[in-house]
Write a protein that binds this ligand. Structure first.
Ligand SMILES: [Zn+2]
Length: 386
């Protein structure tokens, strides 16, 4: 897509319509334990359970896996990166082939990010209207605006789209974090008014760094606009957990209870449990898949690095307590061997295990909310992973 003009121009002349009065998405809370909640989100596509972990299908698939693998593992929502898909193969191609659902043959839900996170990592030219960046694929120049980001996610066919926001790295000077909050608020308002594909939900994003006052302000300004759900962005970008959790709590405290809350970019065991305890419903993270590809395995007794010589003749499974297809069949020694000799099967199988393990942890979290034992689970997970 040659792009000196906003992506939103591509679809033509249709003027921005006023926001839909009815939301395409509802959340039904089935049980709570303190602020933690378990429930179900319903969209025109169907329903998925919360808390929910979304694996990241960067270019239309989770690296080394197929959509069939995700389905077999029991995932209900896949995250796809707008930035990559709008550049390769292009949103028009994906749209012609039925959106991401048709293109990737994925029957579950799809949430797309706005593309902003990747774009901002490329040192783009940012102005009040939008952001201009170069493609990492061929160096071509592209432009993303709040309206264009909504439009391109419509063409990708996402069930849930995200507003274009400004996510500064941490630590950043206060003026930078303040400017990010201001631009995010102004862009959220434009995104809210932008023409949107019917039935597509749109989430606003709270920014504010680790400043609890700014987080509350950003949350209030986002909620005022009335989105289908709310994400907390700009966390897990370099700050400590001790800085992250108060900022997250400050944002959550201002978000409405009857809308989904999504913590972007967090998926480590302690992060998942602590954020659910504060009231988060949705997560995405590349951590389980990225670690798996590099030989790091998540287990109930902590991380192990499978390349370690100690596993060379270890006939046991990756995690004796894991019910995943990899742990049912192959030994640490065999998987380590595949990794050591560079067989592509190794990253694939380790990705399957790490994702299944993460999903099992999320299931354990759901059960603990229903049983009122979240505090105990927090202690157990911290004892292993802190
Ligand atoms: Zn396993």
């Amino acid at each position: 897509m040659p792009c000196s003009s906003p992506a939103g121009d591509a679809e033509g002349q249709e003027p921005a319509t006023s926001p839909p009065v009815t939301t395409p998405l509802t959340i039904h809370i089935e049980a709570t334990d303190g602020a933690a909640r378990v429930g179900r989100i319903t969209t025109p596509r169907g329903a998925f359970r919360t808390p929910c972990f979304m694996p990241v299908g960067t270019r239309g698939s989770v690296r080394t896996l197929s959509s069939r693998d995700l389905e077999d593992l029991g995932f209900e929502v896949m995250l796809a990166n707008t930035y990559h898909l709008m550049l390769r193969p292009g949103a028009d191609v994906v749209a012609q082939l039925g959106g991401i659902h048709g293109f990737a043959a994925w029957p579950g839900h799809v949430l797309t990010d706005s593309g902003g996170y990747q774009v901002f990592s490329l040192s783009p030219k940012v102005d009040d209207d939008g952001v201009t960046f170069r493609s990492t694929y061929d160096g071509s120049v592209h432009r993303l605006t709040p309206e264009g980001a909504v439009e391109v996610q419509g063409r990708l066919g996402a069930d849930i789209a995200m507003v274009l926001d400004v996510c500064p790295p941490l630590p950043s000077p206060p003026a930078v974090v303040r400017l990010a909050v201001e631009r995010t608020a102004a862009w959220a308002e434009r995104s809210r008014r932008a023409a949107r594909r019917e039935g597509q939900a749109l989430f606003g994003i709270v920014q504010g760094g680790v400043d609890v006052v700014l987080r509350k302000e950003s949350a209030d300004r986002t909620v005022e606009l009335g989105f289908d759900g709310y994400a907390v962005g700009g966390l897990s970008v370099g700050e400590s957990r001790a800085e992250m959790l108060p900022a997250l709590a400050a944002a959550l405290e201002r978000l409405p209870a009857d809308r989904p809350r999504y913590l972007m970019g967090v998926g480590d065991p302690v992060g998942l449990v602590e954020a659910v305890a504060l009231g988060v419903d949705m997560f995405d993270c590349v951590l389980p898949t990225r670690l798996g590809r590099h030989g790091t395995v998540l287990t109930t007794s902590g991380r192990i690095q499978l390349r370690n010589a100690a596993y060379a003749v270890d006939g046991g499974p990756l995690d004796p307590e894991c019910a995943c297809p990899v742990c049912q069949r192959w030994s640490r020694a065999y998987l380590r061997h595949l990794l050591q000799v560079g067989e592509p099967t190794a990253p694939r199988l380790l990705t399957v295990h790490n994702l299944a393990w993460t999903l099992a942890l999320v299931e354990r979290i759901r059960t603990s909310v229903r049983e009122g034992t979240v505090a105990q689970l927090r202690r157990e997970v911290s004892a292993v992973w802190q």
